[in-house]
Structures are given as structure tokens and as C-alpha cells.
Design a protein around this ligand. Structure first.
Ligand code: ADP
Ligand code: MG
Length: 562
């Protein structure tokens, strides 16, 4: 990969001005785009990243790549921000957005060489961006939030090219069920309600959507039931223990009578607590604090399964899911405070994320819950790397399905919107005066970089693909894109390659913002002290005091992935 355009500046000066500054920034930004270019599309390749500690990440995901790369150049960082924004707004389309930004920079370089002023370029790009958003709106197809078929296509499109692809069908329908369940009354999707858990072992096709919540908690006693039907759930914000002050015990060790009295008082206090709990009809108790052994055995005898030291967020999630009130005081607890779970069961599956801290072998599943919209996507997979990459794909997929439901609009994929935009912009350019016109044309060309890269990565002739696609679009076939597998031009909705409108609009917005910001800069003044320090190669460099530390290192910083 990127052996050409990477920048290594051993610049001794603090300040880079005018053309030098600009070309340095443009190059750096382009270099970033160039790095991830080969990952675009269903036939894109993966990259392996190794950090200084030897940790390995294998991914095809644009934003993951960029975040893992140790890039150290301010302009390159701006391009990485494009990916981060894209990830935050939609969760997918990061590579496409960065490729667009890179192409905008690259074409700006050509214009600058022709002595077009940066201000004209910026104005032209802004003009073009606005026009393009209209084009996308016009192209967009409405989506019904209940239309599972198209939502599954949206989900699947975001997964293609990633480790998840082999089980695209299964994972897509899981994602759609999970997201649909999390649609709130105002039409927005509560993505936090869609929980993804990974369990090491088995294979991806053993993944499932569990209609409930999973917690890595285990009953305090071996004598407690692991399974319950129609369970009443009590969530207690305290401990089922007796603090010494409660009993008023000052037992002197050695005095058997006093000690006996102390133990009896303590036990009766605990028995009291257990009785109050049992009187509510609870089958399950989750406590914030500890649970005394004696109390635990009494609870077990009552047929109650109890869990101790359950995290606050678990108690909160379960309270919401089961409809339980979080009870602070057992003296006033009543049946009304209980929540409900149709099934409570235990599964022996091992959680990777938890395993790194402690070895949790089993998980308790609360399902058949009264509250709608509670679900967990359970991913299975043979290795950690596979699971991580599948999870990234699934998370992207959750993002796009959410965006499609919230906005109710989708676009065809496979380069169709880009070609349509390029055509529209060329036409638009005719109505633009002066040098801005060239910038609008340059923007049109930048759009073609996406489909070109898709075709290239899939091993097809990029020029042919572009020419043919442009001709088809010119003839009115708005939804025609490239089928990455066959290289044929096909109707993308028929091919099931569909993306939410937001993927494309956000990409345009953030790519244009970053590109124009970089183009405008004509002076880079770096305060070396601010940015040296966390970078080893700088430390050994022995540059002048206050030298341009922050500007160096881009090439070196990415060394881990070559
Ligand atoms: P990004 O990070 O931009 O999402 P991807 O590697 O996921 O990058 O590639 C996204 C591009 O691949 C989009 O243009 C999308 O329309 C296209 N794409 C996805 N699936 C297919 C397919 N089966 N055929 C053609 N293009 C596809
Ligand atoms: Mg994608």
C-alpha cells in the first residue's frame, strides 16, 4: 500500500508558509485517504495493524483503521476526523467519506497548480456540495420502518466485505429485529437499547438475537434454582447483611453466652429481611450489596434465587426491562415493587470481554419481558479477532438500519449516487461563472473516485466501469451501480445494495468541511513543545528547541502497519 504519497518532514523550521504549507497539508491528507483506499467495497482487502505493544487488529473498517494508525500530522488528523464524524453520525461509510475528502484535496492540488485561488476552490466546492445534497434527496427512495426486506438489505450492505459477510442473512435479520425493537414513540432509535455481546466459542452461525437481557451474574448459593418461569423480580439497593451497629453487638470474644446472643440477634435480623422479601412473592433478588451466607441459605429454602453486588447499570437496565422499582428499604417493600420476567435461565457461555478481567463462564438471561424493545445480539465466533471484526460489522449495520428508519430514506449503493452526482455537477458547472466553475467540475471528478475504487478493488476495469455507468445514468438509469462480484452494471435495489441517505449526505458534508479547511490554510506554525513528547521518534530527533515537532512523523507513525 501507500508507498508514494506519504510525507515525512524532517523540517527544522517552525513555520511553513504559502504554497509549501498548502502542499504539505494536501499531501498529508491525501496520504491518509490513499492508505485505506484498498479496503473499500465488498471486495476490499483487510489490513493488519500492530501497535507498539504487539496487539493485532485485523480490519476492513475505515474508522477503525484510521483510529488505530498512529498518525501524527495535523492535516491528516483533519481527514481522520471525517471518518470519526461519519462513524458518529451514521456508523458506516467512513472509507467512502475519506476517499471523497482525499479526492477533493487531490483535485484541489491540480487547480492550485493552474493558479486558481484557494478561495475560488472553496467557493466552488461549497456550491457543488449544496447542489449534490439536492441530487441525493431527489434520488432517495422512501422506506417504511416496518419494511423488513429493505432494511435487511441496508443491514447487509454495511456488512459486505467484512468478516460478517458469510452469515449476512442471519446477522442482518438479527440486526433488523433488534433495531426495530428499539424504535421509540418519536420515531428515533434508541441505539443504546441494542446490546451486542460477544461469546467466544462456537461459530458465527450460532449467533442469535435474544429477546431479553444477559448479565454475567451468578446466584450466591449453589442451592438456588438456575431457572425460573414467570419470575417476580426484586431489585434491592442495599445489602442483605447485618451491620454490627444494627444488632448493637459488642460481643467480647471468649464469652460464649454473649457470642451466642449476638449470633441469634444477627440471624433473626437476617431472617426478618428474608421474610420481608419472601412476603412480596419475589422469585429473584438482585442486590446492590453483599448477601450474608445464612440469609442466602434461607432465601434458597424459600425458592428465591439471589444475586449479590450487581452493578448499578445492570440493576437499572433490569429495572427498566422488567418494570421493577428499585427498592431502597425492605421495611416498606411490597408486591408492587416487583418486576416480571417470563423466563430466567442460565447459559454456560464465556464472555470474551469479561474474560479479560475475570473468568465468567455463565450468563443469566432474563427474557420474555414485559417491556418492548429490549434485546441482545449474541455473537458467537471461534476466535477473538473474528469476533471483534464481526462485531464492528454488526455495529455498523445497526447504525445504518437506525439511520434508514429514522430518516425513512435510502439510496442505491455500488457507486450509483456518486455517478449521478458527478453527472449533475458537470451540468451544474455550466451555470457557474469564472474559476469556481473549474472547482465544481473538480468536485464532480472527485465523486468518481468512489466508483472507480469500487471497481478497481473488485478487479474490474475501472475506466470501462466509469464510462459505462456514466452512460447508463445519462440515459436515465439512476439506480444502476456496479455489482462488485460480477463487475456487471445492475439495478442496485434489485441487487439488494442499499444505503441510508444519511451515509452519503454526511460523507459530503464532512469531506467538504475538512477539505476546504485544509485548502484555506496557507501558514503552519507549530509549537514544537506542544506536540513533541508522546512521540518516540521525535524524542531522539534532537531538533531545535521549539522546532516543528508536531509536523514530522507521519510516515513513521504508521510504520506498524506496513
Ligand atoms: P465504507 O467504510 O465507506 O462503508 P465499505 O468497504 O463498506 O466502505 O464500502 C462501501 C461501498 O461499497 C459503498 O459504496 C457501497 O454501496 C458499496 N457496496 C457494498 N456492497 C456492495 C455490493 N454487493 N456491490 C457493489 N457495491 C457494494
Ligand atoms: Mg461500509
Amino acid at each position: 500500500m501507500a508507498d508514494g504519497p506519504m510525507v515525512v518532514l524532517s523540517d527544522e523550521s517552525q513555520r511553513t508558509s504559502g504554497e509549501d504549507a498548502r502542499s504539505m497539508n494536501l499531501e498529508a491528507g491525501r496520504a491518509v485517504a490513499e492508505t485505506i483506499r484498498t479496503t473499500l467495497g465488498p471486495r476490499g482487502m483487510d489490513k493488519m495493524l500492530v501497535d507498539q505493544g504487539g496487539n493485532v487488529v485485523v480490519t476492513n473498517d475505515g474508522v477503525t483503521l484510521l483510529e488505530e494508525m498512529d498518525v501524527d500530522h495535523p492535516a491528516a488528523d483533519m481527514i481522520i476526523d471525517v471518518a470519526t464524524t461519519q462513524e458518529a453520525e451514521v456508523g458506516d461509510g467512513t472509507t467512502s467519506a475519506v476517499i471523497l475528502a482525499g479526492a477533493l484535496l487531490s483535485n484541489a492540488e491540480d487547480l492550485l497548480e493552474q493558479d486558481i485561488h484557494p478561495t475560488s476552490i472553496v467557493a466552488g466546492y461549497r456550491h457543488a456540495a449544496e447542489a449534490v445534497l439536492d441530487v441525493f434527496e431527489d434520488m432517495a427512495t422512501e422506506v417504511d420502518p416496518d419494511d423488513e426486506e429493505i432494511l435487511k438489505q441496508v443491514a447487509g450492505t454495511a456488512m459486505t466485505g467484512k468478516g460478517a459477510e458469510a452469515e449476512k442473512e442471519l446477522l442482518s435479520s438479527m440486526v433488523v429485529s433488534a433495531v426495530q425493537a428499539a424504535v421509540r414513540d418519536d420515531g428515533t432509535v434508541d441505539q443504546d437499547a441494542v446490546v451486542v455481546r460477544q461469546f467466544y466459542g462456537a461459530s458465527i452461525d450460532d449467533s442469535e438475537f435474544v429477546d431479553g437481557v444477559l448479565f454475567d451474574i451468578e446466584p450466591v448459593s449453589q442451592n438456588m434454582a438456575r431457572e425460573h418461569e414467570d419470575a417476580n423480580v426484586l431489585i434491592y439497593e442495599g445489602a442483605i447483611e447485618v451491620s454490627e451497629t444494627n444488632v448493637g453487638a459488642e460481643a467480647t470474644v471468649g464469652n460464649m453466652d454473649e457470642l451466642q446472643g449476638f449470633v441469634e440477634r444477627e440471624q433473626s435480623e437476617l431472617a426478618d429481611m428474608v421474610d420481608r422479601i419472601a412476603a412480596t412473592g419475589a422469585d429473584i433478588v438482585l442486590a446492590d450489596g453483599g448477601i450474608d451466607e445464612y440469609a442466602a441459605e434461607r432465601l434458597a429454602k424459600e425458592g428465591i434465587t439471589a444475586y449479590r453486588r450487581v452493578d448499578d447499570d445492570k440493576r437499572e437496565r433490569l429495572a427498566q426491562a422488567t418494570g421493577a422499582t428499585r427498592v431502597g428499604d425492605l421495611e416498606t417493600v411490597s408486591e408492587d415493587d416487583l418486576g416480571f420476567a417470563g423466563t430466567v435461565s442460565e447459559r454456560v457461555i464465556r464472555d470474551l470481554t469479561v474474560r479479560r478481567q475475570a473468568d465468567h463462564e455463565s450468563t443469566t438471561v432474563f427474557s420474555d419481558l414485559p417491556t418492548e424493545g429490549v434485546g441482545t445480539i449474541v455473537l458467537r465466533g471461534g476466535t477473538e479477532h473474528v469476533l471483534d471484526e464481526v462485531e464492528r460489522a454488526v455495529v455498523d449495520s445497526i447504525g445504518v438500519v437506525s439511520a434508514a428508519i429514522e430518516d425513512g430514506s435510502v439510496l442505491p449503493g455500488g457507486g450509483a449516487p456518486e455517478i449521478e452526482a458527478a453527472l449533475a455537477l458537470r451540468e451544474e458547472a455550466d451555470s457557474v461563472e469564472g474559476r469556481e466553475q473549474l472547482a465544481v467540475e473538480a468536485f464532480a471528478e472527485a465523486f468518481e473516485d468512489g466508483p472507480r475504487t469500487l471497481a478497481e478493488n473488485a478487479g474490474h476495469d475501472a475506466i470501462d466501469a466509469l464510462v459505462d455507468m456514466t452512460a447508463r445514468h445519462d440515459g436515465g438509469d439512476v439506480n444502476v451501480g456496479i455489482d462488485a462480484d460480477t463487475g456487471e452494471l445492475v439495478e442496485m435495489f434489485e441487487d439488494g445494495v442499499v444505503e441510508p441517505l444519511r451515509v452519503k449526505t454526511t460523507a459530503v458534508d464532512s469531506a467538504v468541511d475538512a477539505a476546504t479547511m485544509i485548502i484555506r490554510i496557507d501558514d503552519v506554525i507549530s509549537a514544537g513543545d506542544l506536540s513533541v513528547g508522546d512521540d518516540e521518534e521525535e524524542a531522539g530527533g534532537g531538533g531545535p528547541p521549539g522546532g516543528a515537532g508536531g509536523m514530522g512523523g507521519m510516515g513513521g507513525g504508521m510504520g506498524g502497519m506496513m
